[in-house]
Design a protein around this ligand. Structure first.
Ligand SMILES: N[C@@H](CCC(=O)N[C@@H](CS)C(=O)NCC(=O)O)C(=O)O
Length: 309
C-alpha cells in the first residue's frame, strides 16, 4: 500500500482525540488516522476506562455519552484571527467547538474533511453521480458501498454494543441480583462462589455476543471478500472488524485464533491480512502511550498529563 502524503496542519483547526488503548472503537479511529496519514493532525488525550475515568465529570464535560473515542474540533471562526495567526501575531482567537463522539461519524468526518487522503474508506461516488443511472461502473460502486456499510454496521451496531463495558457490567449486576433473590449463591458460601458465578456469567455473555457477531460477519464476508472484506481494497468494514476480533482474541490468543481459523476462515484471513499493515501496528493497543495504566507505572489522566497513580 502506497505511503500517504503528509497533510500540513492548519493554524485554524485544532483536533483532540480522546482515546483509551484497549477500546476497539478508539482503535478504529487510530487505524484510519494512520492509514490516511492524518495522525499527526490530532493531539491525543488518554482516558483510563479501567479506572472509570470516562464516567467522571471532567470527561462528561467533553463527551456527553461518557464513551470513547471522542473527537473535539476547535476552529477559528473569525477570518481576521486566521490572518493574525498566519502572520505570527499572538492573539486569543474566537473558537467554535464541535464534538463528535461516534467513531463512525469521526471516520466520516476525516473522509470528508480530507478527501485526498487515501485510501478512501467508503468507495467514492464522486464523478459518477452525473452518469446515467444504468451505467455499469456507477452500479458497481453503489453495490460495493452497500456491502461495505452492511459489514461495518454488523460490527458497529450489532456486535460491539453487546460486548461493551457498560452492558457487560449491567448483565453481571442483574445476574448477581437474581442470584441473591433466588438464594442461588448462599451468603455463607462466601464471596468466592459469588465471584465465580459472576465470572461465568460475564464469560458466557461475551462468548455469546462475540460469536454472534463473528457468525454474521463471516456469512456475509464469504461472498464479498478478496484480500480484505470487500474485494482487494481496504475499507471501513476492515477498519471496524479488526479491533473487534482483536478484542475477543487477546485474552486467550492461541485457542481463539484456532477457533477463528477453523470456524470463521474468511474473517480469519481478513484479520491476518490487516494485522500486517503498518497503520494497524501503530494503532494497536500495545503501541499506545496509555497501555500501561493500572500497573505501577504512570497513568494518563484525562488531560493527557502523566501522573503517578
Ligand atoms: N457507538 C459508539 C460506541 C462507543 C463505545 O461504546 N465505546 C466504548 C469503548 S470501545 C466505551 O466507551 N465503553 C464505556 C462503557 O461502556 O462504559 C462508537 O462507535 O463510538
Amino acid at each position: 500500500m502506497a505511503t500517504p502524503q503528509p497533510i500540513k496542519p492548519t493554524t485554524d483547526r485544532r483536533m483532540t482525540l480522546y482515546s483509551y488503548f484497549r477500546s476497539s472503537c478508539s482503535t478504529r479511529v487510530r487505524f484510519a488516522l494512520h492509514l490516511k496519514g492524518l495522525n499527526h493532525l490530532v493531539t491525543y488525550r488518554y482516558v483510563d476506562c479501567a479506572s472509570d475515568e470516562h464516567l467522571r465529570a471532567e470527561y462528561e464535560a467533553v463527551s456527553l455519552s461518557n464513551t470513547l473515542p471522542c473527537l473535539v474540533i476547535d476552529e477559528v471562526v473569525d477570518e481576521r484571527n486566521v490572518e493574525e495567526i498566519k502572520v505570527g501575531l499572538e492573539v486569543t482567537p474566537q473558537l467554535r467547538r464541535t464534538v463528535v463522539s461516534q467513531s463512525l461519524a469521526i471516520l466520516e468526518y476525516f473522509e470528508e474533511q480530507y478527501p485526498d487522503s487515501m485510501p478512501r474508506l467508503i468507495p467514492s461516488l464522486s464523478g459518477l453521480l452525473s452518469l446515467s443511472s444504468d451505467t455499469r461502473e456507477r452500479n458497481e460502486v453503489i453495490l460495493r458501498r452497500g456491502q461495505v456499510k452492511n459489514l461495518a454496521l454488523i460490527v458497529v451496531a450489532d456486535w460491539q454494543p453487546l460486548a461493551n463495558l457498560s452492558p457487560v457490567r449491567q448483565v453481571a449486576s442483574l445476574a448477581l441480583e437474581h442470584a441473591e433473590r433466588t438464594h442461588s449463591t448462599p451468603k455463607d458460601e462466601g464471596n468466592d462462589k459469588e465471584a465465580n458465578h459472576l465470572s461465568q456469567v460475564i464469560d458466557g455473555w461475551l462468548e455469546w455476543s462475540h460469536t454472534r457477531g463473528l457468525r454474521a460477519y463471516e456469512r456475509y464476508a464469504k461472498s464479498t471478500a478478496g484480500h480484505f472484506s470487500v474485494g482487494d481494497e481496504l475499507t471501513l468494514a476492515d477498519i471496524v472488524l479488526v479491533p473487534a476480533v482483536e478484542n475477543w482474541v487477546r485474552d486467550d490468543w492461541e485457542r481463539k485464533m484456532e477457533v477463528l481459523r477453523t470456524g470463521f476462515p474468511t474473517t480469519y484471513r481478513i484479520f491476518e491480512n490487516c494485522r500486517e499493515l503498518d497503520a494497524y501496528k501503530k494503532a494497536h493497543w500495545t503501541a499506545q502511550l496509555d497501555n500501561n495504566v493500572g500497573l505501577d507505572s504512570p497513568v494518563f489522566l484525562i488531560g493527557g498529563t502523566a501522573i503517578a497513580k
